[in-house]
Design a protein around this ligand. Sequence first.
Ligand SMILES: NC(=O)C1=CN([C@@H]2O[C@H](COP(=O)(O)OP(=O)(O)OC[C@H]3O[C@@H](n4cnc5c(N)ncnc54)[C@H](OP(=O)(O)O)[C@@H]3O)[C@@H](O)[C@H]2O)C=CC1
Ligand SMILES: Cc1cn([C@H]2C[C@H](O)[C@@H](COP(=O)(O)OP(=O)(O)O[C@H]3O[C@@H](C)C(=O)[C@@H](O)[C@H]3O)O2)c(=O)[nH]c1=O
Length: 280
Amino acid sequence: MILVVGAKGMLGQDLMRVLPGDVRGVDIEEIDITSPESVRRVLLTLKPRVVVNCAAYTDVDGCETNVDLAMRVNGDGVGHLAAATREIGALLVQVSTDYVFDGTKGTPYVEDDRVNPLSVYGKSKLVGEKKARENPDHLIVRTQWLYGHGGKNFVETMLRLAGERTEIAVVDDQIGSPTWTADLSLAITELIENNCRGTYHAANRGTCSWYEFARAIFAEAGVGMTVRPQSTEELGRPAPRPLYSVLDCDKLTHDAGLELEDWREALKNYLERRQPAVRS
Ligand SMILES: NC(=O)C1=CN([C@@H]2O[C@H](COP(=O)(O)OP(=O)(O)OC[C@H]3O[C@@H](n4cnc5c(N)ncnc54)[C@H](OP(=O)(O)O)[C@@H]3O)[C@@H](O)[C@H]2O)C=CC1
Ligand SMILES: Cc1cn([C@H]2C[C@H](O)[C@@H](COP(=O)(O)OP(=O)(O)O[C@H]3O[C@@H](C)C(=O)[C@@H](O)[C@H]3O)O2)c(=O)[nH]c1=O
């Protein structure tokens, strides 16, 4: 059985749809990953052969002020999962982020590039990666700029703002690859099915700035909106973010035989299938 932890989150919901075979999901009501007792109780009862951890504290700016919570959920919580999966002989799949990089490389990041997170969120996720490795049977999947059904994300934010105003300013100096959670779920499935272990990058193909992404969202959705470029400095958000965090996904293609579709195709497919968000 495959157990998805954080099954009600944005990625968790798509994983529950995409993962094959006997799949169960738990979220904060059944398991609190900050509690070693809670984690051990659930895992020793259910005895899954694979645990995919999607539970996290994902409010990047919120992490800057709630440092302790960020570390307990994104760092220590993964340690508790690593210990319990190790005890029952299960594979731990940990989802991580491009924000473990500082964005200064200038070309796509490969898996063993130097990490140097800028934000509390990035630092806490890096602790999570280190903790995941405490179970030798682990798979760390770094991804980025996620959007999907039933989640708070950039695409849904843009579409909501389209109903409230006619002009918006969006940063044009951060470059990455927007990634649809349905496509990422396919990548995670293939990595598991191909018995891959260690660290992998998985994102939709192609790159853009958030500004270009916003323009594509409005164009694809057929919404009239003036999008004005602005710099990260002008925006002045609390958390520093990497300026260039494109992930090189060649290892995924080589080992799992999968290349994710281009981000524009993925966006089109998402918007065609989009239903109103289950949770906002
Ligand atoms: N969103 C993105 O752009 C990116 C996300 N990632 C990573 O991908 C993974 C999935 O992200 P995403 O789907 O966006 O996350 P979400 O924030 O949508 O979902 C996380 C889920 O975890 C739950 N949760 C929070 N704290 C705990 C806890 N202590 N114990 C158990 N469950 C808890 C949340 O519950 P509640 O909502 O009630 O708090 C929520 O259901 C995360 O590891 C994230 O760091 C990586 C790159 C990009
Ligand atoms: C809503 C909005 C955002 N922005 C900027 C802020 C930020 O730099 C960028 C994206 O904003 P968001 O708050 O959606 O994104 P952010 O929270 O930085 O997204 C990150 O989430 C975590 C969980 C990850 O792991 C990352 O890969 C990444 O997806 O766009 C604007 O410039 N204008 C706007 O109106």
